[in-house]
Ligand binder design. Sequence first.
Ligand code: SF4
Length: 478
Amino acid sequence: MSRHIKGSSRSQATLFPEMLEDFVAKENPVRVIDVFVDGLDLENLGFKGVQSKATGRPGYHPAILLKIYIYGYLNRIQSSRCLERETQRNVELMWLTERLSPDFKTIADFRKDNHLGIKNACKTFVQMCHKFNMFSEATVAIDGSKFKASNNKDKNYTPSKIKSHIERVEKHINKYFQQLEQSDSQENSPNNIANIESKLDFLNQHLAELKEMELAVNKHPDKQISTVDPDSRLMKTQGMTRAVCYNIQSAVDTKHHLIVAHEVTNTTDRGQLCNMTKQTLKALGKSVTTILADKGYYSRQDIKDTQDLGVSTLVPKTDTSGSEKKGIFNKSLFQYNEDNDVYICPAGNELQHRFNAIEGGLDIKIYFNGMACKNCTIRSQCTRSKKDPRRMRRWIHEADMEKMEALLKATPDAMLQRKQTVEHPFGTIKLWAGATHLLTRGFKNVSTELNLHVLAYNLKRMLNIFGSEILMKEVMLP
Ligand code: SF4
């Protein structure tokens, strides 16, 4: 006789029927979702369908659909079809929706039609955390993360890709033309000739399409076109690999690793620092004093604009001069003397300020000393030019950049703190999202998807920090 633990019989009736409430423990996170959504003023947040229509078939209340989505994103179920299935078999979801089971189209349409509402719900949760002093450390780290778009690499066209496609098709066309000529001379069977001609028709049509695409790609401001999700772009991901992605910007607090602000972009990190800082200040106010970012954000004007917002910025500098590659003295070997406004070169000569020039939109001061360079014994190590002296360029606000570099040197742990803070949240979200990170297409829909991801991530962090019972009592029901 088996001595294993036995379950109860499937046909066993109970004297007191079991309720759904019995299956959901008091500390179950699903109760937090319920309390959070019920506490939202959905109409004010911008959700559609809060007021039911007087006529027609009644629809689902947006609270039910929002609860389904938050539960789904918290439990790695993002697709509307999977969510529909879960509402029919998952006891937690049955409890959450009071046994309502909307079809997948209704679930998908809710995400598509409530961009504003979902964005505001995500913001409301951040404000809730802020009120509960979760962002008291005043330092925020900013970084971008590449999320794979719903667009295959083959459906993305750049000038070089198109060129290679055209070359390949033209090669095939030439090959078939040669075969056609041989067939004519050898009086081949009509069937064979018809076969080659049909292949040529197909290839000529394909070539015409590619040439049309080539024109469109060259006209496009970004010099690339994604045909499935037009807003996505081919980007460098880890190492030398490339994928069609969105670059999701995020600002994460260093204390509890909560995401304060995020934005969906399709450009590089450069130029995003001030924008993300503004969004962080909007969410947290003047309590933010320091912004950390990696060298991908090093853009002098952008850093200056960020500093002008009243925050201290720490971004490591990138050396883009190429001096070392050319085998000449690096700029760092020239010392700037602020009192006399001159540079002291490695030979000990003074390079004076001669004139200003606008370079890359920046007002740049140019320094050189023609006489000293002419007679210099180490000139070959300093410049490749036979005629012109070595020139130094200095932005008119360079002193602000130098102060930042000095501050960065004085806080060597800053970049480690940045890495430990900002790389964690999106690593987690990508893991939850699975191999194909994004299910939707276009800026608006991807942004809605990210709002749900961020809301679920922040909720999970708060659950881990406080536990569901405290979170419900102290934070959501103050
Ligand atoms: S070439 Fe001119 S700038 Fe360079 S080390 Fe000589 S004197 Fe100085």
